[in-house]
Structures are given as C-alpha cells and as structure tokens.
Design a protein. Sequence first.
Length: 102
Amino acid sequence: MNEVIGSILEAEAKAEEISRAAEAESRRLLEEGAAAAEAIRKDAERRLIAEREACFQAAERMAQARYEELLAAGKAKAEAMRAEAEAKVGTAARSVFGKVFS
C-alpha cells in the first residue's frame, strides 16, 4: 500500500514539475512572440517610411519637370508676344505721328 501511495505522490510531483515547465515554456514563447512581433512592426514601419520618402521624391521630380515645361512654354509665349509687340511699335508710332502732325 505504501508503494502505491508513494508512486501516486511521485506521479503528482512529476505532474507538478511538468506543469511548471510547461508554464515556463509558454511564458518564454510569449516573450519570444512579443519580441518577434515588435521586430516585424519596426521593420514594417521602417519600410513604410522609406517607401513614402521614395514616393515623395518621385512626385517632387515629376512636379519639377512639369514646372519646367510650363515655365519654358510661358517664356516662349512671352517672347512671341514681345516680338509681335515690337513689330507693331513702328506701325503704331507712325500712325500716332501721322495723326498728331497731320
């Protein structure tokens, strides 16, 4: 009878040991999981910031190129208007001169 009680007590002690080991292992796994999740979050944040910066730079380059196109077109139009006005100045001056002195 003592052997049976002894083996039961031994089994209970072994079960308790297994239970404590399992709890310790589960805490360790939770800590590892939390650390891995934090590392993944930081990596995703770093990649997002890099991608956002790359998109911003690409948009800035496109905007600058469009600005330069519009500026060149505006300068060309202004030059054409200046040349046209310059060509008409002589005619206008002669017309005014003729009206004043006729």
